[in-house]
Write a protein that binds this ligand. Structure first.
Ligand SMILES: *Cc1c(COP(=O)(O)O)cnc(C)c1O
Length: 357
């Protein structure tokens, strides 16, 4: 069967008359705006960033055009192929609501992987089919093909994968893209730290491709909540119809615009974090409790440890919080450790060197 977007979209979404805001309907320069029932007098607080002094009484741009232009410049993806969400969580949820008929359709996830895909599916009453990654955390192509049925709408591939840290082989992802007639979502939250290249360059080749990225990791803006999705303009159009009209607030839009000027700074931080990852890897490898450190293309390490649970509790007692994945299928006995600052990483290693167990 051929890829057919219209066939994949839920009927109610295809026929949806989306909410049209006052700001959607008028885009020119206006001096008297009496169209949106805002408070024309002003706001009790305003946005002050650098030279910017902006009151907050007006609704923000529902399609975040200024922000998308800057993202377009940085990522080399046209504006019409970009979706901005209130975190990647929103992109995941919107995709599920566009494509998956509750109680009927299903998605495929590849555990161990990011927890949000299955939580979001559960909330939307969408069945989740799990096809575990292989023992070296790569795609089991045959098992994925076997799991696909005619109600499978989305396959989520996380690369670099959370919590394992590795990138998924590019050729394997391409096999899925070439053979699955539903939507392939590649979650590239950690792409800045990866040796592997992004898939955003291949949107023209694959009409069934959605690439997700985020400003929460390398960009250091987890608190702002901006997730990105890149896809065909048709898919992006549906995502814009389904999202809340003003999903990215004005303060976030303006702060992100300011932040996105700092590409060089972010690149430096990224290099530094990768160097610290190597340092942490070498230091962890010397510890008697370390059994295995998985190769990482992300800003964290998955580490198999003797008595992982006890080590986790011990670290906690020292005020050091890591992620306990020791009971997660495929990650037995493992802790997931984020690469911190130089000082934090040293504290972690010092604590582990003194582990009494
Ligand atoms: C951290 C992370 C995200 C980012 O989520 P946001 O909602 O954008 O903060 C997305 N996917 C994966 C796999 C992650 O680990």
């Amino acid at each position: 069967m051929e890829f057919n977007l219209e066939y994949l979209i839920r009927d109610n979404i295809k026929s949806l008359a989306p909410y049209s805001t006052a700001r959607h309907e008028f885009t020119g320069e206006a001096s008297v705006m009496l169209d949106a029932n805002e408070n024309a007098i002003g706001s009790p607080v305003s946005l002050d960033i650098g030279n910017l002094h902006e009151p907050l009484n007006r609704y923000p741009d529902p399609l975040q055009l200024e922000l998308k232009k800057q993202i377009s410049n940085i990522k080399g993806v046209p504006v019409e192929n970009i979706f901005c969400g209130n975190g990647s969580d929103e992109a995941i949820d919107v995709l599920m609501r566009i494509f998956c008929e509750p109680g009927i359709d299903n998605i495929i996830i590849l555990p161990p992987t990011y927890g949000m895909y299955s939580v979001c599916a559960a909330i939307n009453n969408v069945q989740v089919k799990e096809v575990p990654l292989t023992s070296d955390y790569q795609l089991d192509i045959q098992a994925i093909a076997d799991a696909v049925d005619d109600r499978t709408k989305l396959i989520f591939i996380c690369s670099p994968n959370n919590p394992t840290g590795n990138s998924i082989n590019r050729q394997d992802i391409e096999i899925v893209l070439n053979n699955f007639d539903g939507i392939v979502v590649i979650d590239e939250a950690y792409i800045n730290y990866a040796r592997q290249k992004t898939f955003t360059t291949q949107l023209v080749d694959y009409p069934n491709l959605v690439v997700m990225q985020t400003l929460s990791k390398a960009w250091g803006l987890a608190a702002l909540r901006i997730g990105l999705a890149f896809a065909s303009k048709e898919i992006i159009g549906y995502m814009n119809n389904v999202k809340y009209p003003y999903n990215i607030n004005e303060a976030t839009q303006k702060l992100a615009l300011q932040a996105l000027k700092n590409v060089m700074q972010v690149n430096e931080w990224t290099k530094f974090t990768i160097a610290q990852r190597t340092w942490l890897e070498e230091a962890l490898a010397k510890l008697p409790i370390t059994e295995k450190i998985y190769p990482s293309d992300a800003n964290f390490l998955l580490v198999k440890m003797k008595q992982a649970n006890d080590v986790f509790t011990y670290l906690q007692s020292k005020g050091i919080i890591v992620r306990n994945r020791s009971t997660t299928k495929g990650c037995e006995g493992c802790l997931r450790i984020t690469v911190g600052t130089e000082e934090e990483n040293k504290k972690l290693i010092e604590a582990l060197e003194n582990y009494p167990g």
